[in-house]
Design a binder for this molecule. Structure first.
Ligand code: NAD
Ligand code: LMR
Length: 328
């Protein structure tokens, strides 16, 4: 039997938490032979703690053989103690008519406190995925608040955008979603993100050649992927939850267990490549092996792509200056 992995999840009694925890405990994230200990954080309010207790009762009632332990708490230092993986989900979601960056000041404080708690008590190898919006800037805040942890441990979730783009492309080209490789989503998890299928292939053949429709790319595909979150809110009255949880599982599974040569999109601190200033948490294509991600380097950037990549960068820089006062 393997040693259990400690997985911390914040906002554990929320919508995404409810779609996430049962799949982690059943082995879908870290493997069907990997026991896990769930360390669950919720707000101290009675209602949140009662809801968390209910979720933990349900987890218990599933009798998952891989669930080696559970902790429910309102104290970040308890939730993050020795955590190997930390899924930072807990934050306010946006409602109809809002942009994710409207949540910035309200949610930013959560990530300074949680970054500091991770810094103090988490495993030095902790893999952090920020889901709470605005995800890239919250990941930046958490990273800056955890100076003793390697910056590369902090990532933001662009995988939902990656998955959304894959489905749109598969529909357009009439191909199986699982046959599409080498898709990229550059930048911020916001409407400025740039889903880019210039390098994508289907069974080794160029997907761009199959679609060959610049008008559809610029005026349908890119805005549809960028505004999909708002379309879900409009339709459901609530923001995406099951698809967000699914993307979080994909992100961590690939990071921990590896991707082979398959490209996936992760929001990671920039190393300065592609003209993105160092440290900005920006969606880039990566492959993963041995618990580490490696950027796909050297992709050509044409004029259309440069403009799109710079636009999403400008938004990230604006968000970053909006929270600079919180980071000292
Ligand atoms: P929700 O309101 O259903 O749940 C959030 C939970 O977090 C609540 O139970 C709340 O009590 C808890 N919480 C709030 N502040 C907390 C804190 N400081 N510590 C611990 N727990 C805290 O919301 P949700 O639908 O689960 O969404 C959560 C976040 O994820 C939102 O910010 C949402 O916008 C974001 N989101 C991101 C993506 C993405 O692709 N990055 C996708 C979907 C949703
Ligand atoms: C999404 O993309 O579905 C989430 O970020 C939720 C939102 O606010 O759009």
């Amino acid at each position: 039997m393997k040693t259990p992995v400690r997985v911390a999840v914040t906002g554990a009694a929320g919508q995404i938490g409810y779609s996430l925890l049962f799949r982690i405990a059943s082995g879908e994230m870290l493997g069907k032979d990997q026991p896990v200990i769930l360390q669950l954080l919720e707000l101290p309010m009675e209602k949140a703690q009662a809801a968390l207790k209910g979720v933990m009762m349900e987890l218990e009632d599933c009798a998952f053989p891989l669930l080696a332990g559970m902790v429910g708490t309102d104290d970040a230092e308890v939730a993050f103690k020795d955590a190997d993986v930390a899924l930072l989900v807990g934050a306010r979601p946006r409602g109809p008519g809002m942009e994710r960056k409207d949540l910035l000041l309200e949610n930013a404080k959560i990530f300074t406190a949680q970054g500091a708690a991770l810094n103090k008590v988490a495993s030095r190898d902790v893999k952090v995925l920020v889901v709470g919006n605005p995800a890239n800037t919250n990941a930046y805040i958490a990273m800056k608040s955890a100076p003793d942890l390697p910056a590369k441990n902090f990532t933001a979730m662009l995988r939902l955008d990656h998955n959304r783009a894959l489905s749109q492309l598969a529909n357009k080209a009439g191909v199986a979603v699982g046959d599409i490789e080498k898709l990229v989503v550059w930048g911020n998890h916001s409407p400025t993100m740039y889903p880019d299928y210039r390098f994508a292939t289907v069974k080794g053949e160029s997907l761009k050649d199959k679609i060959n429709d610049a008008e559809w790319n610029a005026n349908t595909f890119i805005p549809q992927v960028g505004k999909r979150g708002a379309a879900i809110i409009e339709a459901r009255g609530l923001s995406s939850a099951a698809s967000a949880a699914n993307a979080a599982i994909d992100h961590i599974r690939d990071w921990v267990l590896g991707t082979g040569d398959k490209w996936v999109t992760m929001g990671v601190p920039s190393d300065g490549s592609y003209g993105i200033p160092e440290g900005v948490i920006y969606g880039v294509p990566v492959t993963c092996a041995n618990g580490e991600y490696t950027r796909i380097e050297g992709l050509p950037v044409d004029d259309f792509s440069r403009a799109a990549m710079d636009k999403t960068l400008a938004e990230l820089e604006e968000e970053r200056s909006g929270v600079a006062h919180l980071l000292g």
